[in-house]
Design a protein around this ligand. Structure first.
Ligand code: NAD
Length: 477
């Protein structure tokens, strides 16, 4: 069945698109078309920004408790449709339903309720001035936000921007990726059904050029971007020129440091290891895809990861038993296969996988793959592959493990695996990264999330995530 939309959800209403271009969504499971929506052109984006600008003063001036009530109603309706959201995401980007129903279905409502709570909290603070008098420090919404979102976790990453921005009193124009526009239309319909005031949240479906148009748009006050480091650099240049605030959540190549006392029983740690290293078919920015293993336990660690990757059930993402689904597009599969070929050419040993799964002649599948006998300088150890590919690298001692973990262009996630939590924490403190887990990894709405180095600038989630949508104003009373 093909899902079709003929109009665009602009400014709280469904309107005819200004252009006649369409975006076609193709199933990564079957390679068959599953959806068609109109693409927004620059004129549509202009209309969306104008609607957001028009809606801003009234949304800003509402009592925070009123905004919070809107966010909670929105959360209720998303929750009522959570299974549909999970299914639509999974059908477009190949995310296994087991992952989609835990993350894409639940995280948006969780975020809306969390930030609804923060919206209602105190927005101003009185300080005693050192030169006398009182200073009122106000937190004011930054204005109209352009939120540019990738395809890998379209709802979760979208709401990491939408929820704090709306709670802060900003209005938002979201540009989803062309690969995942169907869930964006479902989101737009849900926002309208939930009674969000027109223009407060608008969706403009389109590709890179539309994103660039929004980033440079004179009616936009802040850009929030999640995506590749290459696109992030371009966006940063535009925002630098315009002196426009920007948050950048970019790529990663995080280290999973296995300390020499780690207990690697897959029966115990398999679930946590999956989330930390392979979730969403390896198409997750924070995954610890560089496994650093102590040399004297190297063969054992390679065996454990080989068995782990081999044990994955690969299949149609909509099948509830699937752990690894297809990659999002043929282009992404080609990219991942080229990375695997480069790893082989560099002399790394493939211990499992390395090809396409047998018996699947449709869909963009790649077998879970493990590379061994490889150093930290190899391309497969340095470049973000964004597929189900892990590299196991030996280290001599803890000192070298920390040095290797930090010897990366990126710094987004990471894990330390150890039987001794205090020791693991000591190591975690020394890793140059924005987030890191001990024997587990899962970004939590309450804690700031983001990267250092080429992984980005700024933080989402937590109260810090909302601060990114606020300007401070000091009033000397
Ligand atoms: P991408 O950079 O190609 O696209 C991301 C979004 O930006 C899309 O909506 C795209 O249309 C738009 N875009 C691309 N170039 C643009 C430009 N110059 N100006 C404005 N908009 C532009 O990334 P992708 O392939 O969709 O996503 C995968 C990447 O995202 C990976 O590198 C991954 O690590 C990263 N990612 C990072 C995080 C994080 O939180 N740090 C989370 C998820 C994904």
């Amino acid at each position: 069945m093909i899902t079709r939309y003929d109009s665009l959800p602009l400014g709280g209403d469904w309107v005819a698109p200004a252009t006649r271009t369409t975006i076609r969504v193709v199933s990564p499971n079957t390679e068959e078309p599953i959806g068609e929506v109109p693409a927004a052109g620059p004129a549509d984006a202009d209309a969306a920004v104008a609607a957001a600008r028009a809606a801003f003063p009234a949304w800003r001036d509402r009592a925070p408790a009123e905004r919070a009530a809107h966010l909670r109603r929105f959360a209720d309706l998303i929750e009522a449709r959570k299974d549909r959201f999970a299914e639509v995401v999974s059908s477009q980007n190949g995310m296994p339903m087991a992952v989609a129903s835990q993350l894409e279905a639940l995280y948006p409502a969780l975020l809306l309720r969390y930030y609804a709570g923060l919206a209602a909290a105190q927005q101003e603070e009185n300080r005693q001035g050192l030169l006398g008098g009182t200073i009122k420090v106000l937190r004011e919404p930054v204005g109209v936000v352009a939120a540019i979102v990738p395809w890998n976790f379209p709802q979760t990453l979208g709401f990491m921007k939408i929820a704090p921005a709306l709670a802060a009193g900003c209005t938002v124009v979201v540009k989803p990726s062309p690969e995942t526009v169907l869930d964006a239309f479902l989101l737009a319909r849900t926002a309208i059904d939930a009674g969000l005031p027109p223009g407060v949240l608008t969706i403009v479906p389109g590709g890179r050029d539309l994103g660039a148009h929004l980033v440079a748009h004179p009616g936009v006050d802040k850009v929030a971007f999640t995506g590749s480091t290459a696109a992030g650099r371009e966006i940063a240049q535009t925002c630098g020129r315009l002196l426009r605030p920007v948050t950048l959540e970019l790529g990663g190549k995080s280290a999973a440091i296995v300390l020499d006392d780690a207990e690697l029983d897959l029966g115990t740690i398999g679930g946590d290891l999956f989330v930390a290293t392979l979730a969403n078919n390896g198409q997750t920015c924070f995954l610890g895809t560089r496994v650093l293993a102590p040399r004297h336990r190297y063969a054992e660690v390679v065996d454990v990861f080989t068995e782990f990757a081999r044990s994955m059930s690969v299949g149609d993402s909509l099948d509830p038993g699937t752990q690894i689904g297809p990659l999002v597009t043929a282009r992404q599969r080609d990219r991942v296969e080229a990375c695997i070929a480069r790893g082989r050419a560099e002399g790394a040993r493939v211990t499992t996988g390395g090809g396409r799964p047998a018996g699947r002649d449709r869909g963009w599948f790649v077998e879970p793959t493990v590379f061994a006998d490889v150093g930290n300088e190899a391309a497969v150890s340095r470049e973000e592959i964004f597929g189900p590919v892990l590299t196991v690298i030996p280290y001599r001692d803890e000192e070298e493990a920390v040095r290797m973990a930090n010897d990366s262009d990126y710094g987004l996630g990471g894990t330390v695996w150890s039987a001794d939590a205090d020791r693991a924490l000591r190591v975690a403190r020394r890793v140059r990264t924005g987030t890191i887990g001990i024997n587990r990894y899962m970004p939590d709405p309450a804690a700031p999330f983001g990267g250092v180095k080429a992984s980005g600038i700024g933080r989402e989630l937590g109260p810090e995530g909302m601060a990114g949508y606020q300007q401070l104003k000091s009033v000397y009373c």
